[in-house]
Design a protein around this ligand. Structure first.
Ligand SMILES: [Zn+2]
Length: 201
């Protein structure tokens, strides 16, 4: 395990002083403009990928970046979505899948999950994405289908549905490629300047 204590000491010594003004501001302000929903995978680091600062992203991370469709009742993901949209007023929601996702690989390749029943149950939320992926074992295709399915699920949450109707929020589906750093925007308007891979321009 990396020495987290040493990491904290390094943060306090090297990082914090350079951003002291920002942290002083953030102490009394929480106004992120983006809800970023990604996989829990350790290789996906939202703030690093997007070049954002503390305070910029409200982040939800789940195995397989799955967002359950809305159902009444206590649900941590639903509560975080509602807080981000209705209380914080985020203007954009990004669902970010990624290459070689363990969750999507298990589904695409039909892994035996009998030893991990909670994981198996959770991944059932991707059943429709699996059904729409025509080639068995095509992890990349499932990752993309799964991102688009989560955008549809997001729209079933009342706070998101309301914000979409009022055009105060926009939904985006991305796929991050770990070995190249590329980010593919699945929801960019076809033929538009932002279509396809987000350029490094
Ligand atoms: Zn993943």
């Amino acid at each position: 395990m990396p020495d987290l204590t040493e990491g904290v000491a390094r943060f306090q010594r090297d990082v914090f002083p350079a951003k002291a003004e920002l942290f002083a501001h953030l102490a009394a302000h929480h106004t992120p403009e983006t809800l970023f929903i990604s996989c829990s995978d350790a290789r996906v680091v939202p703030e690093l990928i997007t070049g954002t600062e503390p305070g910029d992203l409200f982040v939800i991370r789940t195995a397989g970046n799955l967002v359950p469709a809305y159902t009444p009742g206590a649900d941590g993901v639903a509560a975080s979505i509602e807080y981000a949209v209705a209380a914080l007023g985020v203007k954009d929601i990004v669902v970010c899948g990624h290459s070689t996702c363990g969750a999507m690989t298990a589904l695409a390749e039909g892994h035996d999950l009998s030893g991990a029943p909670a994981v198996a149950d959770w991944l059932r939320l991707a059943d429709a994405s699996v059904a729409r992926t025509t080639v068995d074992g095509d992890v990349a295709a499932l990752v993309r289908e799964n991102v688009l399915a989560q955008l549809a699920n997001l729209a079933t949450h009342p706070s998101v549905a309301r914000a979409l109707a009022e055009k105060t929020v926009a939904l985006h589906g991305w796929v991050y490629d770990i070995p190249t750093g590329d980010v593919d925007d699945l929801t960019a308007p076809a033929g538009g300047p932002a279509a396809g891979t987000l350029a490094a321009a």
